[in-house]
Design a protein around this ligand. Structure first.
Ligand SMILES: Nc1ncnc2c1ncn2[C@@H]1O[C@H](COP(=O)(O)OP(=O)(O)O)[C@@H](O)[C@H]1O
Ligand SMILES: CCCC(=O)OP(=O)(O)O
Length: 371
């Protein structure tokens, strides 16, 4: 089989991760944490592009890696209009949508397609994006809300959720992803809880719209009336409170920190507030898992937990105790995002999967009665 070299690029809110793969084998990886004051210098996310690009180039030079040898550049997606799952070519249109954050979500993941395409163009290669957070495979029943014309379009940690589900289906259930029903969670800075039915994410809790459990940086679901009262009491505008959805909610709102390791340390040292915040977040994750079990009509082959907080034995043990009545709980601490990006590109290069074209049109565009 032909071998391919794939450079994967994952820009996060506080870090940039890069990894070089030869087919499935990781030859090099680096995770650089950014100083908050460095990133704060940039007004807009896209203004960070030259800084992140130069940092990547410096790292690769240090490691004696030449970009000329790379066959394909893959970036974590973001900023895109809702699309189906799969591996996409970074076209000029996708580049523009990522740069403008066309879906209105302000998150550095949108730098992924831009960095990948800039490098690819320079070296005459292709740039790709695999299962961006904008993948939306909701079933129709999961779309409607109680306000006419307000329908759900979802954002999830699709890259890690799908790769975890694909691996678990293959290695543990000895089946294809398309033959299994799974509840898959990513429990990191943001938290995804999602229902996968036969290879499609048919429902879940949005990670950037204030749904689902509270997370280190996110407020999660709150009664609408409570939010309206909170705004009225404090004379806040929509723009004042929006950061609670993705930046300053959850642990940050309660304790001013986003690091779960620090929070659990405080809890273990007797800080009862920190302990309550931790246990409440876990309780809310469990409630969400329960509702995804109902979405799957109780036919669940497994509950899979991924993300950084899954390194916590206490979190896994609590969820296992509460949710094992639904299905066995499996822990996959950390994430497979870099591996997932490489694997997605390799599947296309090997001809196992078709490279998709980003249409720039929503893959779901409302109910007929809303038009
Ligand atoms: N042993 C642990 N116990 C509790 N939290 C942990 C542990 N190890 C890592 N974490 C937490 O995981 C979070 C980061 O998760 P990660 O999935 O890397 O985040 P992101 O979604 O931002 O990529 C941090 O809050 C970190 O403190
Ligand atoms: C575009 C949203 C992606 C996201 O929320 O990722 P993190 O939880 O890693 O910040």
């Amino acid at each position: 089989m032909k071998t391919y070299k794939v450079l994967t690029i994952n820009p996060g809110s506080t870090s940039t991760k890069i990894a070089l793969f030869e087919n499935e084998t990781c030859l090099y990886s680096k995770n650089v944490a950014h100083d908050a004051s460095e990133l704060a210098k940039y007004n807009k996310i896209s203004d960070q592009l030259p800084y992140r690009r130069n940092m990547i180039l410096d790292l690769l030079e240090e490691a004696d890696i030449s970009l000329e040898d790379v066959d394909v550049f893959v970036g974590r997606g973001g900023g895109l209009l809702a699309c189906q799952g799969g591996t996409y070519l970074v076209s000029d249109l996708m580049y523009e949508h990522a740069r403008n954050m066309q879906n209105g979500v302000i998150h550095p993941a949108s730098l992924g397609p831009q960095l990948a395409k800039d490098f690819a163009d320079q070296y005459g290669k292709q740039a790709m994006v695999v299962n961006p957070p904008d993948v939306d495979e909701l079933q129709d029943l999961a779309r409607m809300t109680g306000i006419k014309g307000v329908n759900r379009i979802i954002h999830l940690h699709s890259l890690n959720l799908k790769e975890t589900a694909i691996r678990h289906s293959k290695n543990v259930l000895h089946k294809k992803y398309e033959e299994t029903n799974l509840i898959v969670c990513h429990i990191g800075g943001g938290i995804s809880v999602s229902a996968h039915r036969e290879g499609k994410m048919i429902d879940g809790f949005d990670i950037v719209m204030g749904e689902g459990p509270m997370a280190p940086t996110r407020c999660g679901s709150i009664a609408v009336a409570d939010v309206l009262n909170y705004m009225k009491q404090n004379q806040y505008t929509v723009d004042d409170i929006k950061p609670l959805l993705t930046k300053s909610g959850g642990f940050v709102s309660h304790l001013g920190i986003s690091d779960a390791k620090e929070l659990t340390k405080r809890a273990s040292e007797g800080d009862s507030y920190a302990k309550m915040v931790w246990n409440t977040m876990i309780y809310q994750i469990e409630k969400c898992i329960g509702s995804m079990a109902a979405v799957l009509h109780g036919k669940v082959d497994g509950i899979l937990l991924g993300g950084g907080m899954v390194y916590s034995e206490d979190l896994v043990q609590q969820i296992r105790q509460t949710c094992s009545f639904i299905a066995p709980v499996f822990a996959y601490p950390g994430e497979f995002e870099m591996e997932a990006m490489a694997a997605g590109a390799i599947r296309v290069l090997n001809g196992e999967e078709k490279l998709k074209e980003y249409t720039g049109k929503l893959c779901w565009n409302g109910f007929e009665w809303d038009k």
